[in-house]
Design a binder for this molecule. Structure first.
Ligand SMILES: [Zn+2]
Length: 1080
């Protein structure tokens, strides 16, 4: 290798900085379309086997239909620059997907959900279910699907929770003849006295019905009230004697003080306030599981739990019920305002005019008509959007629509894209915008006649008229500098300082890249990826490599002046993998040898990003930097950092500084990166504090990812790291992306959460956006909404594909609007609400003390629940906690957010961990936040080795663990395998290959491969879970009573936590108190 030590002489390539003028729309030129390869998307109208056209094809989309009288061509308007939106009159006309007269709502839990009563699309839509499966070629195209397992997950019900809460709604006798309970009727709590059909409910203070026998309701005895704990006795509604029939999800007898029960409130009143010293760890004693007998004791003798844990809403039960009720039928998106199944339910989606919940989920599907109502309820109105979400193979990818040189048809005023909700008028010559009501001429090439119902006759031929999600091929007007983009580039930038070399990391990365480079993202049927690659190594200085195919050996160029970074070579730096294969292979062989004896421990960081950015600028393309970094960058250079970690700041007003970057240098760098479409993915391998809060700024603002492998050890961590790297390199990603969310008049997007950059108040800019990233958008009223027209969202994402094709991905969603608060509460989605609240809180810690953030979260949720109680629930004793059916898990999930490492760190959580988690959660989708905050706990010893199903999950509490069993707990980042002390030897032998409990190594990072059914079953479960997550989870084996068990217990989120977090039961009591205070 020839080494060209080059002194800094200033940038040799003084090309003008590409501006970023937005996406202006000048006059249409005679631009030819770029020579992009065949799209991976099936032509919408092409020869698609299995796709039946209800209407004869009207010709290809590229050649607009010529039949029909052309409309008056009065200056077909060009789209011009984006306008502000939502400042126009109310649009009250729609066609396309009609608003259902009887909007589908999530059934009240007290009503069985009958498949037969599932939403049937209104007749207008029901005629086109023929999209059917996409052509096989389309289905097979995206290899990232492989990572998404749709296998069945545990359909079997958990063992009946026994005493109180165990009975799901499905156990009610299904009787279609039974009158629906009143609209606001939440569930009568299963297991309570509701045994009869729902029709018995109105008279809900009744004598105990015959079934079930009183003993099965032990947990809800009027006895042990939570006396003396909170607040005065209810003056107006004295407790009812006997069993109360309750509606509205009430449960438990949380009443005022009662004589004979003077127990002090034992819970740690540590909800919003800083944690006190951690209590001594509880010894895990499976025998402490409450037995039924315990609950049958007279109240006075019951020791601690005034509330039976089985009598409070169970996440497991809710998940199970939704699976049973909604998992078997496809979710058809033809009806406005439908609440989709939960993220934990496996279901298929059929797009009939609204975007799939895989792309957009909302906190509520029925929005209050006025801002006063919205304020009163305090329910945040937000959508969690994952524009490039991966789909299961059974679902069709969005069709790509090509309107040729004229580009997509848009509203003249608000620039909304053609969608199913636009109303065609005047015989089809004009259309009225569903967002701003403006009337726009239909361009001649897009004209089509209307049928007798006013619908275009090509309705079913055009994805943009009949589907919720689709793509447009963008014209050159949507490209920077009015030039079609070049294919993107990947630059691999490897830290070769002492730690990285010594740990074996450098060698590992180089070995892996040799094969991984053959799996760069490809588009469609392309034989090879269009992505070019480049290589940099660095410590205190940077080494660039010329890997031009004509060279016999790679050449190294060293830039030692890192103060003003430049790229010392252009030709030969970014290359095509197959052309330069031998030179690249030679380089990757040589790098570990070259630095094998390095003594350099110091690194730079910002210049590394600058180098990548400059290289992309010089090549005039977007791209991604993969940076592998090990330490705090203390070497003299721009962006140099100092160690400012200080745990003493926790619970002080200065705690927020731990989450803030220590210099604004990286914010400015991020801005430059976004302007160039330079996305940064950062792989960190720290042995000590390296300031994730600062190093993460550029990855975060460019839409990139951060991966962290603390104390990286080759033996235990390489598999996880390599899996993450492979997935990260191969996954679907768009570059140079801009997202805009348009809304119909009355609401408007006001706030955004996620990994992106914003230079104005409406456009979300991302240098890169991959299939795992979500953006959460909050909406506020700026006018009244109407129940008739509902509310519409249109998310438009402009991006460059991995082959350099400029595209627009459009997602549309229609929501209902209500004048009754009960309708809001009945159509909420708690998982999405928690996603929003967590992101809101995690952003809050940047500017407010953590205690303030926690307090305001509690306060907001108490207001949400108090508003329901006050306005929607039927009158009942103030001592009862009444929760809306759709939000009955809000307290338990909220408590998990409050106890999370960011908001209430335990002693073992580092500052870097917290900054890392904070950034990670901000981009999570709803499924990820769900399992992250309430982990999945599976009893492995209950698994059926002969079936594909998972064992039924159990609740996250120590009380649920038996010392004779083995459990798996996963939260999306970790998998714990917990082994009880009394597990049979045979099971230990079968799973770990050792003969006794004491011989199990807790250093295992994978389970041994053993040829027996139990081992195979457990490993297949682990593999399946790994396949469902966007990151490879770290596997940790925990033995009961071992010191590692502390770590595991942290995830038993229904229990009191070591850091002072409340148990579920205690928190529920606290919430109840807060609600009562608000109501009094
Ligand atoms: Zn408009």
């Amino acid at each position: 290798m020839s080494v060209n030590q080059q002194a800094h002489t200033g940038p040799p390539y003084g090309q003008p900085q590409p501006g970023y003028p937005g996406f202006q729309q000048p006059a249409y030129g005679a631009q030819t379309l770029p020579a992009v390869p065949q799209s991976q998307y099936g032509a919408y109208n092409g020869p698609v086997p299995g796709y039946q056209q209800p209407v004869p094809p009207q010709g290809s989309l590229r050649a607009p239909p010529t039949s029909g009288a052309p409309p008056p061509a009065s200056g077909a308007s060009h789209p011009s620059g984006h306008l502000a939106y939502s400042q126009f009159e109310h649009g009250d006309v729609q066609n396309g997907i009609p608003a259902s007269a009887a909007p589908m709502q999530r059934p009240p839990a007290s009503q069985p959900f009958l498949p037969g009563s599932a939403p049937t699309p209104v007749s207008q839509i029901s005629t086109f279910q023929q999209y059917g499966p996409p052509p096989a070629s389309v289905q097979q195209l995206r290899n990232h699907m492989a990572g998404m397992t749709i296998g069945s997950t545990a359909a079997s019900a958990p063992p009946p929770a026994g005493l109180g809460y165990g009975v799901g709604p499905s156990s009610y006798p299904p009787s279609t003849a039974a009158p629906r309970p009143p609209a606001m009727a939440g569930p009568a709590l299963p297991g309570q006295t509701v045994a009869g059909p729902p029709s018995s409910q109105p008279n809900h203070v009744s004598s105990p019905p015959p079934p079930p026998p009183p003993s099965t309701m032990a947990g809800l005895h009027p006895g042990p009230p939570i006396s003396g704990l909170h607040g005065p006795p209810p003056p107006t509604h004295p407790p009812q004697p006997g069993y109360q029939m309750q509606q509205n999800g009430s449960f438990g007898q949380m009443r005022g003080p009662q004589p004979n029960y003077g127990g002090a409130y034992p819970g740690p009143p540590n909800y919003g306030s800083p944690p006190g010293p951690p209590p001594p760890p509880k010894r895990l004693d499976p025998d402490s599981i409450p037995s039924p007998q315990l609950n049958e004791l007279p109240p006075q003798q019951k020791p601690r739990h005034r509330i039976d844990p089985d009598a409070i809403p169970s996440p497991i039960q809710v998940i199970e019920d939704d699976r049973n009720n909604r998992g078997s039928e496809p979710f058809v998106t033809g009806v406005r305002g439908q609440v989709p199944p939960l993220v934990t339910t496996n279901f298929l989606v059929k797009d009939q005019g609204n975007a799939s919940p895989r792309y957009i989920r909302c906190t509520s599907y029925n929005i209050p008509c006025t801002s006063d109502m919205a304020k009163q309820s305090q329910v945040p109105l937000a959508a969690v959007i994952k524009p490039l979400a991966a789909l299961p193979p059974e679902e069709a990818l969005p069709y790509l629509v090509d309107h040729g040189e004229s580009g997509p048809v848009r509203c003249n005023r608000c620039k909304a894209y053609m969608c199913p909700f636009m109303q065609f008028i005047e015989g089809g010559r004009r259309f009225q915008c569903c967002f701003c009501s403006c009337v726009t001429e239909v361009p001649p090439h897009y004209f089509q006649h209307l049928d007798h119902t006013g619908k275009r006759v090509d309705f079913y031929d055009r994805p943009e008229l009949s589907l919720g999600s689709y793509e447009f091929l963008a014209t050159v007007d949507y490209c920077k500098n009015n030039k079609f983009p070049s294919p993107p580039a990947f630059i691999f930038m490897i830290d070769v300082s002492y730690n990285a070399v010594k740990s074996g990391l450098v060698r590992l990365i180089c070995e892996e890249l040799k094969s991984l480079l053959d799996y760069l993202p490809r588009e469609g049927n392309m034989e090879e990826s269009a992505i070019r690659v480049g290589f940099v190594t660095y410590n205190k200085v940077l080494h660039f490599y010329n890997v031009k195919s004509s060279l016999a050996q790679p050449q190294m160029m060293v830039v030692s002046d890192v103060a003003d970074m430049f790229v010392p070579l252009l030709d030969g730096f970014l290359v095509n993998v197959s052309e330069s294969r031998t030179v690249i292979a030679s380089l990757l062989d040589q790098i570990p040898e070259m630095f094998a004896d390095t003594r350099e421990t110091e690194t730079v960081f910002a210049p590394v990003i600058q180098a990548g950015l400059e290289a992309l600028k010089a090549a005039e393309c977007a791209g991604k930097l993969f940076i592998f970094h090990t330490s705090l960058p203390i070497a003299e250079a721009p962006g140099k950092l100092k160690n400012r970690d200080d745990r003493k700041l926790i619970n002080t007003d200065k705690e927020k500084t731990l989450f803030q970057p220590q210099t604004s240098f990286y914010n400015n760098l991020a801005k430059d990166c976004v302007a160039q479409g330079c996305c940064v993915d950062l792989f960190l391998f720290p042995n000590q504090y390296l300031d994730v809060a600062t190093l993460g700024v550029v990855p975060y603002q460019t839409g990139g990812s951060i991966y962290k492998y603390a104390y990286f050890q080759l033996e235990t961590d390489q598999y996880r790291f390599l899996n993450d790297l492979r997935r990260d390199v191969q996954k679907e990603v768009g570059f140079d992306a801009v997202m805009r969310v348009r809304t119909s008049t009355g609401i408007r997007a006001t706030d955004f959460f996620g990994a992106f950059y914003m230079s104005n108040t409406t456009d979300v800019e991302m240098a890169g956006l991959d299939c795992d990233k979500t953006i959460t958008v909050e909406f506020k009223h700026d006018d009244k909404l109407s129940e008739d027209s509902g509310a519409l969202l249109q998310c438009a994402l402009l991006y460059t594909s991995c082959a350099g094709q400029r595209r627009l991905r459009i997602h549309n969603l229609s929501l209902n609007c209500c004048t009754q608060l009960a309708d809001l509460y009945r159509n909420c989605e708690t998982d999405t609400l928690i996603n929003y609240l967590a992101k809101y809180a995690y952003r809050g810690v940047l500017s407010s003390p953590v205690k303030t953030v926690r307090d305001s979260l509690i306060n907001q949720c108490a207001q949400i629940l108090a508003c329901y109680r006050k306005n929607c629930a039927s009158p009942s004793s103030a001592g009862q906690l009444i929760l809306p059916e759709c939000m009955k898990l809000l307290p338990v999930y909220l408590n998990c957010v409050l106890k999370s490492d960011v908001l209430q760190p335990g002693p073992e959580v580092t500052t870097d961990d917290r900054a890392y988690i904070r950034q990670l959660v901000t981009s999570m989708d709803v499924a990820e936040t769900n399992v992250f905050f309430y982990p999945r706990l599976l009893p492995l010893t209950k698994a059926d080795v002969d079936s594909d199903s998972l064992p039924a999950a159990i609740r996250n509490s120590e009380e649920r663990l038996s010392k004779g069993d083995i459990y798996l707990l996963e939260n999306g980042l970790n998998i714990f395998v917990w082994v009880g002390v009394s597990v049979q030897q045979g099971l230990i032998q079968n799973l770990f290959g050792v003969s006794s409990f004491s011989q199990i190594s807790n250093a295992l990072s994978t389970l041994p491969v053993l040829e027996n059914p139990f081992s195979k079953k457990v490993r297949s479960i682990v593999d399946m879970l790994q396949g469902q997550r966007s990151r490879y989870m770290k596997l940790i084996v925990v033995k009961q009573e071992d010191k590692l068990e502390m770590l595991f217990r942290h995830f038993l989120v229904e229990d009191k936590s070591l850091s002072g977090g409340a148990s579920y039961v205690d928190f529920l009591c606290h919430m109840h108190k807060e609600i009562r205070q608000l109501l009094s």
